[in-house]
Ligand binder design. Sequence first.
Ligand code: FMN
Length: 180
Amino acid sequence: MHTPVATDDLTQTYRCAIARFCTGVTVITTNTPDGPVGMTASAVTSLSLDPLQLIVCIGNTLATKSAITETGRFAVNVLSRDQEHLARRFASRGVNKFAGLELLADHDVPVLANTVAHFVCETAEAIPGGDHTIMIGDVIACAYDPDISPLLYYGSAFGSLCDEATHARLGFEMQIAAMA
Ligand SMILES: Cc1cc2nc3c(=O)[nH]c(=O)nc-3n(C[C@H](O)[C@H](O)[C@H](O)COP(=O)(O)O)c2cc1C
């Protein structure tokens, strides 16, 4: 049996443990009078089907949090495996995050092109959650592309699902290892 790692430093152990909760990666966007803003977020989850709602947890001090509080709307853009550069860019400060980006025109919030899915939301509630704010969004529009593979985040590193050929090869290698 494996023994789970736990140290006397609860915060550090929490950080390592929660980093092992594998997630997708999104970019949360909104529009301000000064232009579009956005940030990378993995703390996103579905909340309700009736009404259609999702949750995004955003650090209280972030520019995107202030902007969403002002505008009352945001988009959740689920990144593809080819968009790791956007995950990095939208997690940075002092860069023009939207430079050269293709956006879908049909919405009044910035919706990124070529993503796995997007959700356009109006803020239903903003609930304090420690050093973050839990933004509950009413989903007013969404769409997805079944042929685009997602970007993943695990152990503080980006990754992706393996393709069918790799999956088959890994399965074969495991069988060989089991026989050895
Ligand atoms: C993979 C990844 C996931 C992240 N998830 C979140 C998140 O869920 N909530 C959050 O507040 N910050 C998250 N961050 C950090 C923000 O993206 C980062 O603080 C960013 O600079 C915020 O942009 P802003 O200051 O322009 O609003 C994440 C960063 C990375 C790289």
